[in-house]
Design a protein around this ligand. Sequence first.
Ligand code: MRU
Length: 350
Amino acid sequence: MASINTIEFKDGKLCLLDQRKLPKLFSIFECQNYRDVEFAIKDMVVRGAPAIGVAGAYGLVLAASEFIELPKEEFLEQMKESVNVIGNSRPTAVNLMWAVKRMEAIIEENKEKSNVDIYKALLAEANTIEKEDLETNKAIARHGNEIVPENATILTHCNTGALATVGYGTALGVIREAYYSGKNIRVFVDETRPRLQGAKLTAWELVQEGIPATLIPDSVAPVLIRDGKIDLIIVGADRVASNGDTANKIGTYMLSQIAKDFNVPFYIAAPISTIDFEIASGEEIVIEERDSMEITHINGVRIAPEGIEVYNPAFDVTPNSNITGIITEKGIIRQPYSLNLAKLRQIQGC
Ligand code: MRU
C-alpha cells in the first residue's frame, strides 16, 4: 500500500499535503503558527473530519510554542484565544471540537506548571491523537470488511481515505481492507460536486493502489442503484447525533434515500470521535455554508452569470432510518441507534 503523509509535525512546523492542488501537484503547505492552521482548515488545504481534528490539535501545539516566552497569565490568555480560533475554523465536523477539547483539558490539567511543560504535554497529546487515529481506522476497516461480500460493487462519496485522516481512512479504509484481503471488488466513486473530493482525491488514492474503480458524475449514482449495479454503499461522517442521524458531504442524503428505495445497504464508517453524544438529533447539527465561488466558478473561471444567487451547503443530514449500520472501531452499530449508541457511550465512558 502506498503511504500518504497527509499530516506531519516536524521541526516545529505542521506540514500538510496541500489537498487543494491534488492530483496535479504534490506540494506541502507549512504551518508556522496557529493562524496558518486556521487558514489551512478553512481553505481546505487539509480536510476530512479526522484530519482536521489532528491538524487542529497541532495548531494548539504551534500556539503554545509561539507564546511560550510570555508570562503565565498572558500565555494562558493566548491559549484560550487559540482554542477558540481553531475550534471555530469549520463548524460541522465534530472531530475538530473533540480534539480541541482534549487539548484544552491538557492545558487545564497542567496550568500550574511552566509554559515549557504545558507545551510538552500538548505535543504529547497531539502525538497521541495522531497515533490513535491510524489505529482506529484499521479497526474500523476490519469490522467493515465483514459486511463486504465477495465480488462486491461498492459506491462511495467524497473522500474518506488516507487524505481525510492520518492514514488508511474510514469508509475508504473498509474498501482498502476488502481489496487487500483478496476480495474481488469494484468501487464506484461519486465525483462529489462542487469541490470534487471524489474525482480529485478518492480517485487518486485508488489509482495509486490499483484498486479497481470507476469515477461517475454524482447524478449517475441513482441510475446504477436502480439498475442493481451497486451491492453496497459506504460513506464517512462529519458528525453523528445520539440518535444516529448523520451529517456528511452534501449529496449523501440523496444517495441514502435512493438506496432505501432499492434496498441497497447503506453504511456509515466513522470513529467514535465523530459521534456527538451532546446532541439528540441531526436537527442540532450546524451545516457549513461555503463560498458561492465554489458553484459559480470552475478553476477560477466564472461559469454562472453575475447576479445569480447561490446556496452552497457543504454537508447534509441523513436520517437514521436510512442507515443500515454505523461501522466504528468497536464494531457495527445498528438500529435502534439511540439505545445502541447510548450503550457504546457507556462502554467507552465518553
Ligand atoms: O468538506 P470536506 O472535504 O472536509 O468533507 C469531508 C467529508 O464529508 C467526509 O466524508 C467526512 O469528513 C469523513 S472523512 C473520514
